[in-house]
Design a protein around this ligand. Structure first.
Ligand code: GLN
Length: 291
C-alpha cells in the first residue's frame, strides 16, 4: 500500500486513508478497523459516527490526539489497552495489561454452559479459577440472573480489574473474588454447579513466538502453562472432582493442539463424560466434563 500525499486539511476520510497503510506497514493485522476505533476515541465519537460524517475536517488538537493513539498502536500495544475497553458477550469490559484481554473464542465456554444448564432461572453457583478480567464470569451471570459466582486469581492486579468489571456490570453483590492459586482460597468444603476456567496453557518456549501484542503487552502469568503448556491443565481433574456438585458441569479452555492430551487427563482421572469442543474456526478449544 502506498502512503497517500498529505492534504492541506485532514478529514475523517483522508485521515483513515492515510493511517490504514501506515499501520499496515507496521504489521498491524486490521489497520482499517483499528484506525477507526482510535479515531473515534480521539474525537469522542462512536465508530458509526465516522461513517455518517466522513468529510468532517479535523483541527490540530484532534490530529494530535489521534497521532498519540496510533503511535501506541504502531508499538503493537493492543487496541483493548489503548481504549481501556474490550467487548465480550455483548458487554464492555475494562481492559488493561493487568489481565488477559477477553478473546472471542472464549465465548464458546459460555455457550457450552448454556447447552448443559438449560434452566436460566436456577440459582447456580459458579466457580471460576484464573478469573482474570472477570469477563467470562460476568457473561454467565448475565445469562443466569439468579446465579452467584466465586472468582479467584493468583494475581492481585488481575483481581482489581475483575472487581471493576463485576461492578461495571452491576453484579457486585453476586460475586466473591479471592486471591489464590487456582481454588486454594475457596472454603475447603464448598462445591459448585458450574466450574469454568481459562487457565494459562501456552508452552513457555512458545511465548517468544507469539504476536507482539500478546508477548509484550499481556500478562505472562495468564499465558504461561509451563514447559509443555499443560501444567495448570494437569491440575484440573482433581480440582473438578473436589469442586463439582453431583450433576455439575465443568469446562476448561485449551490450546488448539491440546485436545487429545487434556481428554486423556480427564478420562485417566476417572471422568466418563468428557467432550472436546471446537471453536468457530473449527479448532479444538474447550473440554467439557460432566459429573
Ligand atoms: N488464547 C490465548 C492466546 O492464544 C491464550 C490464553 C491462555 O493461555 N489461556 O493468546
Amino acid at each position: 500500500m502506498n502512503q497517500p500525499a498529505i492534504p492541506a486539511t485532514w478529514t475523517i476520510r483522508t485521515l483513515l486513508g492515510w493511517s490504514t497503510p501506515w499501520l499496515g506497514q507496521r504489521g498491524i493485522d486490521s489497520p482499517r478497523l483499528d484506525g477507526e476505533l482510535l479515531l473515534a476515541r480521539a474525537l469522542g465519537l462512536r465508530r458509526i459516527d465516522l461513517f455518517m460524517d466522513p468529510d468532517r475536517p479535523l483541527n490540530p488538537p484532534e490530529l494530535a490526539a489521534f497521532k498519540a493513539l496510533i503511535v501506541r498502536r504502531a508499538a503493537r500495544e493492543p487496541v483493548a489497552h489503548i481504549l481501556g475497553l474490550r467487548e465480550f458477550w455483548g458487554m464492555e469490559f475494562f481492559s488493561s495489561a493487568a489481565a488477559l484481554i477477553p478473546r472471542p473464542e472464549t465465548e464458546l465456554l459460555v455457550e457450552t454452559v448454556l447447552v448443559h444448564v438449560a434452566d436460566r432461572s436456577t440459582p447456580l453457583e459458579i466457580l471460576e479459577p484464573c478469573v482474570g478480567s472477570g469477563a467470562l464470569l460476568c457473561a454467565l451471570l448475565k445469562e443466569y440472573p439468579s446465579a452467584t459466582g466465586v472468582g479467584s486469581d493468583l494475581s492481585a492486579e488481575a483481581l482489581v480489574v475483575a472487581r471493576r468489571n463485576v461492578e461495571r456490570c452491576g453484579y457486585g453483590a453476586r460475586v466473591t473474588l479471592l486471591e489464590g492459586d487456582l481454588d486454594g482460597s475457596v472454603a475447603e468444603d464448598r462445591v459448585f454447579d458450574v466450574v469454568v476456567v481459562n487457565p494459562p496453557y501456552i508452552a513457555s518456549g512458545a511465548l517468544q513466538g507469539l504476536q507482539p501484542e500478546v508477548r509484550d503487552w499481556e500478562p505472562r502469568l495468564a499465558l504461561d502453562g509451563g514447559v509443555d503448556g499443560l501444567e495448570l491443565l494437569r491440575r484440573l481433574p482433581a480440582l473438578f472432582k473436589r469442586r463439582m456438585r453431583p450433576g455439575g458441569v465443568a469446562v476448561t479452555e485449551i490450546g488448539y493442539d491440546q485436545g487429545e492430551a487434556v481428554e486423556a487427563l480427564f478420562r485417566g482421572a476417572g471422568f466418563a463424560r468428557v467432550e472436546l469442543l471446537k471453536d468457530y474456526q473449527r479448532l479444538p478449544r474447550a473440554v467439557v466434563v460432566r459429573d
